[in-house]
Write a protein that binds this ligand. Sequence first.
Ligand code: C2E
Ligand code: CA
Ligand code: CA
Length: 478
Amino acid sequence: MGSGLLHTVRASDHILAELTARVAELETERGLTLRLAQTDSLTGLVNRGAFTTELCQRLETARAKGRRLALFVVDLDRFKQLNDTLGHHAGDLFLAEIGERLRCDCGAGELVARLGGDEFALIADAGDGDISGRAERLLALLTQPHIIYGRAVSPGASVGVAVFPDDAGDAGDLQRFADMALYRVKTAGGRRWSAFDAELRDENERRRTLEAELRRAIPAGEIEPWFQPVVDSRDGRIVGVEVLARWRHPEQGLLTPAAFVPIAEELGLIGRIDEAVFEAGCRLAAPWVKDGLIEVVSFNVSPRDLLDPAFSRKLIGRLAKTDLPATALTVEITETFLLQDMALSRRHIERLNAKGVRIALDDFGTGYSNLRALMHLPIQTVKLDRSLICDVASDPKVAKLVASVLHAARALGVRIVAEGVEEESQAIFLRASGCERMQGYWFARPMPADQMAMALRQSQAATPRVLTPEPQRRRASA
Ligand code: C2E
Ligand code: CA
Ligand code: CA
């Protein structure tokens, strides 16, 4: 071999070595990046994304080997309180401590993760027996107090469990079922663990059925608008209607929103329901406005709809396709959304106001920060919540509060509608306190369009009546 060739070989050796080193370096870097992408930075545990991937893989292995796996989901109780009282830094310290405890306690082959916030998860071998021992140990570990800033804190924890393959055959169901078990513990006060069981399986079936039925019901036109009169306090004349959704279920009969609005929100179907109710509601109520029978038609919108930046523009577009004048339309909004995103709320409200549409703040008196919304946003109407109205005639403190809210509203130029007026004494008090408008069972319950049309014609024919509400007449004739 000539020296030239030898030199070339040496040089290529050198290059090769350098290349190998560089590749190794890159791989470490990539590994590090990969690890960082899979790790929760606060606790050093696996994060949600990596956990889900890992869960799927482990389920495959378990399936192949005929093994059982348990998925535990953990949610700390009252963690928000700890955060609020001791500050976020203390909250972080506590989460890191919980992460450390879980990691140290983790058996061979087990995996712990932080799913986000104060939620953790554990995958463990379920063996042949029951998982209660493992669940008890997990709960005990989480309830031990921890010293932060010299104070012992123990917010406690709730745990939900589901087992593969006993409860579910795939990762999605397993997670959902463990969450359902956790949710049940949480709503019962927490500090316990619970396994997915027959009761939850039934609930899951019911939800599944409801979900499928709801998807079918919307295009089938089974969701319909009902109407509840809003009356003028001075003479009891009907001046407006609130449109309320009803589901005419083929087997279960008429369903109120409590039975389907929460699940529709969860499934992202509420927008379509609101749209259907709006379209049909406008079509039915526009002639009443045109004939001068009512001035106001109000609709409820879900806070979810309002998160859509195009919500107001879409609503204006939809309104233009109906015969309802914009000035007759009121959109009822709850404060939950308003305070979540003030800037977006303001944009929606201003866009609607510019067209002549009014905004009502719904369920006033139930939240903490209603006054803030009222002061900072251009709101035209406030709907006093039923919970305030029901004690207005019996509790002098509530009466004083309502009277001062009415006074403040007058000062701000905001109209008040009292909701849920069920008794004459309440109506008399509200009228005497200067509340302009009322709504409630005392006057009329929500009713379908044909009945509403009839009631309007009757109220037009009758001479103005001073609070001669329906139940009274019903009672008198009974
Ligand atoms: P809300 O907006 O506070 O509507 C008033 C609710 O109080 C209605 O219940 C009405 O029937 C009921 N109500 C009226 N007067 C009285 C009374 O004197 N006593 C009692 N106990 N209740 C009275 P409903 O129709 O079951 O609606 C419940 C909630 O569902 C509504 O509360 C509203 O938040 C929501 N909702 C109704 N329709 C729609 C809709 O089309 N879209 C959306 N997103 N939500 C809707
Ligand atoms: Ca409402
Ligand atoms: Ca309300």
